[in-house]
Design a protein around this ligand. Structure first.
Ligand code: GDP
Ligand code: MG
Length: 441
């Protein structure tokens, strides 16, 4: 996985403030392989990498994450943005009936998806939907849609043998108008490959039906091939969106990025199975996570950047550098760790930290301990917090009583603080939190 491969890069990248060009390029080589493995088309992957490389170089690394993790976060964010940012629904704000036309290759899932979307519009949005099959190539195609219509309890246009696709489209439109349907779904014929006859037919139907939505249905498993299909269709038709089917299978979802890049249109739905309810609204961040396979790292960095106040982190870094690190700083670090879900959560999210987590657990470095340490620091006077060397036996007893703990525990905290101060340069090199965790273990 990308996680494994970036492991090596993580090590090399550790302990720098901003991402430099060589670091970023090294990481991007791994990201590129991950994209290709996820079936992103080569030219799309290339463009994407070029864009992200420019964005990443010079980026400050959020404190408490490694530069490698920061790179993953940047890649992820750019991926989400390119996949479409927010999820987009259907645009049906036209005078009814709003026509939705489904196009794509044979077997891509058009007919199934037609029924899925119709069902969704009916049950979720309370729309009155009519479906019509314009597939006159395959003998049983119109019957297939009729059966699905019965299954999802959505009306289908009565079948009349011998009509051509545009004729059926006009008849469907007429019926939808007369019978007060909100939405008309046109399921079209496919071919095994894109050909001239198919494109001409699609254009004629589009001209006759003036669809509000023209959705290209693409099988996510076709990966690299899907790009040719998307290129051909988008050159010849005014597509409004894409539906990616068979995302329940092994597809890593790279086709989503390719589709978006080639058509410039949003992916609106994702098919996740053969059943009529197996349709999800497209969720860019979920698909990005699937493409990169690094969801854990991304959420780790998100948590870190949410909770780290940039200025405080900056000030802390300066103190580290100067060798000043008092109890207030230690408390801030402890609070930081709690915000991020405690040590256990932090460590289990970081690749390669399993061993360290076990050590920390052995040392009792759980969330309760973090809270007790914080309580001890809070029982100190401001003066004591600034100058821990003031803490004599008498003061320690007072603090232990105030925090509801023992003098041993106070000593333990002081020892930790001393070790941290002493190992400051080392910590700085290793990246604050990781170093801190190591001290505890
Ligand atoms: P069409 O030729 O484009 O109309 O394709 P169909 O709708 O007839 O679908 C072809 C096959 O793919 C059928 O067996 C469907 O059940 C199946 N199919 C469609 N969408 C999905 C999906 O999202 N996941 C899975 N696993 N199968 C699907
Ligand atoms: Mg079909």
């Amino acid at each position: 996985s990308l996680s494994d491969r970036l492991g090596g890069v993580f090590d090399k990248l550790r302990g720098r403030g901003a991402l430099n060009e060589a670091d970023v390029r090294a990481a991007m080589r791994e990201v590129r392989i991950a994209l290709l493995e996820a079936d992103v088309a080569l030219p799309v992957a290339k463009d994407f990498i070029a864009k992200v490389t420019q964005r990443a170089i010079g980026t400050e690394v959020t404190k408490s994450v490694t530069p490698g993790q920061q790179v993953v976060k940047i890649v992820n964010d750019e991926l989400v943005a390119m996949l479409g940012g927010e999820a987009e629904g259907l645009e049906l704000g036209v005078a009814p009936p709003a026509v939705i036309m489904m196009v794509g290759l044979q077997g891509s899932g058009k007919t199934t998806t037609t029924a899925k979307i119709a069902r969704r519009l009916k049950t979720k949005d309370g729309k009155k939907v009519l479906m019509a099959s314009l597939d006159v190539n395959r003998p049983a195609a119109q019957e297939q849609l009729r059966v699905l219509g019965e299954q999802v309890e959505v009306a289908t246009l009565p079948i009349i043998e011998g009509q051509q696709p545009t004729e059926i489209a006009r008849r469907a439109l007429q019926a939808a108008k007369l019978q007060g349907f909100d939405v008309l779904m046109l399921d079209t014929a496919g071919r095994l490959h894109v050909d001239e006859a198919l494109m001409a037919e699609m254009q004629a139907v589009a001209a006759a039906a003036n669809p509000a939505e023209a959705l290209l249905v693409v099988d996510a498993l076709t990966g690299q091939d899907a790009v040719n299909v998307a290129t051909n269709f988008s050159e010849r038709m005014a597509l409004t969106g894409v539906v990616l089917t068979r995302m329940d299978g092994d597809a890593r979802g790279g086709a989503a990025l390719s589709m978006r890049a080639v058509t410039g249109k949003p992916i609106k739905f994702v098919g996740t199975g053969e059943k009529v309810d197996a349709l999800d609204a497209f969720d860019p961040s979920r698909v990005a996570g699937r493409i990169l396979g690094m969801g854990d790292v991304v959420s780790l960095v998100e948590k870190a950047s949410e909770s780290v106040d940039a200025d405080a982190a900056e000030a802390m870094a300066k103190k580290f550098a100067k060798g000043q690190f008092d109890m207030n700083d230690l408390r801030q670090q402890l609070a930081q760790m709690q915000k991020m879900g405690g040590m256990g959560a932090m460590m289990s999210m970081m690749p390669g930290l399993g061993k360290m987590k076990a050590q920390a657990e052995k040392a009792g470095a759980d969330d309760k301990l973090l809270k007790r340490m914080e309580a001890i620091i809070l029982s100190m006077t401001p003066k004591e917090r600034g100058r821990p060397q003031l803490l004599n036996a008498k003061r320690k007893i007072r603090i232990a009583n105030g925090a509801g703990t023992t003098v041993q525990e106070v000593n333990r905290l002081l020892k930790m603080h001393k070790e941290m101060s002493g190992a400051m340069k080392k910590i700085k090199k290793m990246g604050g939190l990781k170093g801190f965790a190591k001290m505890l273990g």
